[in-house]
Unconditional design. Structure first.
Length: 90
């Protein structure tokens, strides 16, 4: 069963290819949704997939890209939203 999660990653997550890394991870796992930078230097992700896919995806978000330093990942359940793919919003 599909579900959607709001994810906010904070720390050193902007300017370190975190969004690109997140997009590649989502594509590899089968997650749809989007990722975008927030004005407070954190990154917002809206992700849809199965519970198992989301669990793996969130773990990858916690790890982050090689140059990032993820300090905190907040996850909230939200109503199901369906997307055709996973994209980086600018």
């Amino acid at each position: 069963m599909l579900c959607t999660r709001e994810i906010i990653a904070s720390g050193k997550v902007q300017g370190v290819f975190f969004r690109k890394y997140t997009c590649e991870a989502a594509d590899a796992i089968g997650i749809t949704g989007f990722v975008k930078n927030l004005p407070d230097q954190s990154v917002y992700i809206l992700a849809t997939g199965t519970n198992e896919q989301l669990e793996e995806f969130i773990n990858r978000c916690r790890q982050g890209s090689p140059k990032s330093k993820v300090e905190k990942v907040e996850v909230k359940e939200t109503g199901l939203q369906q997307f055709n793919s996973f994209v980086v919003e600018r």
